[in-house]
Design a protein around this ligand. Structure first.
Ligand code: GRG
Ligand code: ZN
Length: 330
């Protein structure tokens, strides 16, 4: 049987239309049920468009206005939607959107920047971990978001680096991976956040990268896809969490790129556009972004280079002067 186009080619125009259309479905129930993820959703959509070379599809002024409308005046930081409480997950996405639109300067101009930095720093606990908001859940995801946000704002020198790095290292496990907190199971998503934070904090030399590289490359299954931990199913988003980590520790060659690329392409919807978690499932903007970003790390033709530490176009990171060394596939 001959492979069809969507099994061999990234259907860029179709994915661009898919992302563009998400913005027009404002009357749907799904739109209203997902306001808590809106800022993240805009970041995922815009990042995918940037990597596919079509950033202008979303209007710059409208994006900046949306971000500013989510400012939480009471706590500092950004919520996911106007009048939502701030959280570090939406705050990092807001900063990333402004960075991609070359608009970080508006924070300073509007007198928001120092309040924002104080909000981020207020999330760190005495042990070095980070909460996501004032309510207290702690997770290495929130630590990464805080460290990345401070780096993008050029305010990393305000962070207690040693306390932060020590906490990340305590979340490392005997198998070479990292978990969400001390003693928690290794998971590829948590590996990404810990490795990327260590990369930003210039502390990757404190990691046994061969052991970690083995754990990461063992995530590839016979069907080419990657899973998040042993005995689990493959999922397109792990193409990002695993590959970016391998790239930061310069072991991108330890997985079979051709088989992974074929797996990601097979999860495209050749009619409606977008990429799903695995073939024949419903597509969403999260997996579309991480599928496209994964292909970019693999050097897929026609895509802009993505930075594995910040999950932003490399151009944006270079312009801010905060890039870290990593392995490129081309
Ligand atoms: C800017 C790229 C970027 C990220 C921001 C939120 C965040 C920081 C990182 C998330 C890292 C993470 C934990 C990703 C994993 C997400 C995922 C698919 C979780 C599913 O976990 P399970 O247990 O699935 O439901 P498995 O596959 O283990 O069965
Ligand atoms: Zn997934």
């Amino acid at each position: 049987m001959q492979p069809t186009d969507h099994e061999t080619e990234l259907l860029i125009p179709l994915h661009v239309s898919y992302i563009k259309a998400l913005d027009t479905k404002v009357d749907s129930l799904a739109y209203h049920l997902t306001t808590h993820l809106r800022m993240n959703g805009v970041y995922w959509g815009l990042t995918a468009l940037e990597i596919m070379g079509e950033p202008q599809v979303l209007d710059k002024d409208q994006l900046v206005r949306f971000v500013l409308s989510c400012w939480d005046d009471q706590n500092g930081g950004f919520g996911s939607f106007p009048n939502h409480d701030s959280h570090i997950l939406s705050t990092l996405s807001a900063i990333q959107i402004l960075a991609m639109k070359d608009s970080l300067h508006v924070l300073e101009e509007r007198g928001m920047k120092q309040t924002l930095v104080s909000f981020i720093l207020s999330l760190q606990t005495p042990s070095g971990s980070f909460q996501g908001d004032k309510w207290g859940e702690e997770d290495t995801r929130f630590l990464y978001c805080s460290v990345s946000a401070l780096a993008l704002l050029g305010e990393l020198d305000k962070l207690d680096r040693k306390r932060t790095v020590d906490h990340i290292l305590r979340c490392g496990n005997f198998d070479g991976g990292f978990g969400r907190r001390e003693g928690a199971e290794s998971h590829s998503g948590q590996v990404f956040v810990c490795v990327a934070a260590l990369s930003i904090l210039e502390s990757l030399d404190k990691v046994d990268v061969d052991k970690l590289g083995w754990w990461l490359c063992e995530r590839q299954l016979d069907n080419g896809g990657l899973n998040g931990r042993p005995q689990k199913l493959e999922d397109v988003c792990y193409s990002w969490w695993v590959l970016s980590s391998l790239s930061m520790i310069k072991r991108l060659d330890w997985i079979n790129a051709e088989k992974l690329s074929a797996f990601i392409l097979s999860a495209q919807d050749p009619e409606g556009g977008g990429i799903a978690d695995r073939p024949d499932n419903v597509t969403d903007v999260f997996h579309t972004n991480f599928g496209v970003a994964g292909l970019s790390l693999l050097g897929y033709r026609g895509l802009k280079q993505v930075d594995p530490t910040y999950c932003l176009p490399s151009e944006v990171v270079q312009k801010l002067g905060i890039e870290r060394d990593y392995q490129r596939k081309r």
